[in-house]
Structures are given as structure tokens and as C-alpha cells.
Design a protein around this ligand. Structure first.
Ligand code: SF4
Length: 180
């Protein structure tokens, strides 16, 4: 696949080797926010036996409508004291096998099909061709999952009616009422 090869080539040239600093899992909540899809929430719930409310918080940028209606379009991993709740004291991800796409592909993302790179001390590190290719494949799968999620949310949003006074989250599984 040409796109995987091109992306893998770009990643190989940029270079990346995770230093394990935990920087992408800590810090200001706005900058370190990890958006998660319902599928990702489901996988984490299965792996941890935690409650949905323990791991996911509504994306905090709410849109105000009339009659006290408020809505937002995503969930985020919960943080505590500016750390992801799944970051262990020794800076390991305690849900590594089921970590979300954002974590799997950091510090890279695709925006409008273009490779975008976040700040990370691991940039410039040695990466094998196989690892660059697997990162490129993950980026494309993430893009596909995000596009699918967005399309379904658009449909659900256009067909839903938010009850007066309610605050809700829309995701690809429906409209969730929340309090506060
Ligand atoms: S899920 Fe794991 S990799 Fe992702 S922010 Fe939390 S600790 Fe870091």
C-alpha cells in the first residue's frame, strides 16, 4: 500500500524512539487530553473491570443550546492530578495492550491526511523500518476509526432531540445524559 509506505518512510526519516518519560501521559489537562471512542472505552472496561464513569469524562467543551440544553461530542480518559489515571508510578501504561489510538500513535497524527507531529523528546530516535511501518499502519487505522466515528455521530446528532435542561454527550453509540 503506497500510503503506508509513504508514511512509514516519513516516520523513518523523522525518527522516533519512546524514551518512557511519561510526558505524553501527564501535564495540563487541555494539552494531554486523550479522546476515546466507545469501542476503546469498551476494551478498557473489559480489561480493567472498572466502571465507565471511572475511566471516561465528557469532553469538556460543551455547546450551549436553548432551554438549558448542553452537549459535547466525545469522551476523554480521566486524569487525576494532571496524570492519566492509567499511568503507573514508574511511568508505565497500566493498560498498554488496550491503550487508545491516540496513545498508540503519539507523537504522530494525521490531520486532513497530512502527518502532524507533536513535541516529544523521543523524536529523532532510531526506528526500524518494521516499527515505522507498524506506526504508519496504526495511524491509518486511527484515521479510519475517527472518520467512521464522526460520520455516525453526525447522523445520531441530526436525528436526536436533547431534552430541555439536559447535558448530554453524543458518541457513535447514541446520546448519553450526564449530570453536571
Ligand atoms: S492510556 Fe496509557 S499511554 Fe495513554 S495517556 Fe494513559 S498512561 Fe499514557
Amino acid at each position: 500500500m503506497q500510503r503506508v509506505s509513504d508514511l512509514a518512510g516519513a516516520i523513518k526519516e523523522i525518527g522516533f524512539a519512546c524514551t518512557g518519560c511519561g510526558g505524553c501521559c501527564t501535564g495540563d489537562e487541555e494539552q494531554s487530553r486523550v479522546i476515546i471512542s466507545p469501542d476503546e472505552i469498551g476494551e478498557i472496561l473489559e480489561a480493567t473491570a472498572m466502571g465507565r464513569n471511572d475511566i471516561a469524562a465528557p469532553y469538556p467543551e460543551f455547546i450551549d443550546a436553548n432551554d438549558g440544553r448542553r452537549f459535547t461530542f466525545a469522551w476523554c480518559l480521566r486524569m487525576k492530578d494532571e496524570r492519566c489515571i492509567f499511568l503507573s508510578p514508574d511511568k508505565r501504561c497500566s493498560i498498554y495492550q488496550v491503550r487508545p489510538w491516540i496513545c498508540r500513535t503519539y507523537p504522530f497524527m494525521l490531520e486532513g491526511g497530512e502527518l502532524v507531529i507533536s513535541d516529544c523528546p523521543g523524536l529523532g530516535g532510531d526506528i526500524t523500518e518494521a516499527d515505522a511501518r507498524s506506526l504508519a499502519t496504526a495511524l491509518l487505522k486511527r484515521e479510519e476509526a475517527e472518520e467512521r466515528e464522526e460520520q455516525v455521530i453526525r447522523k445520531i446528532f441530526s436525528e436526536s432531540s436533547i431534552p430541555a435542561g439536559e447535558t448530554v454527550v453524543f458518541d457513535s453509540q447514541g446520546m448519553w445524559s450526564i449530570h453536571g
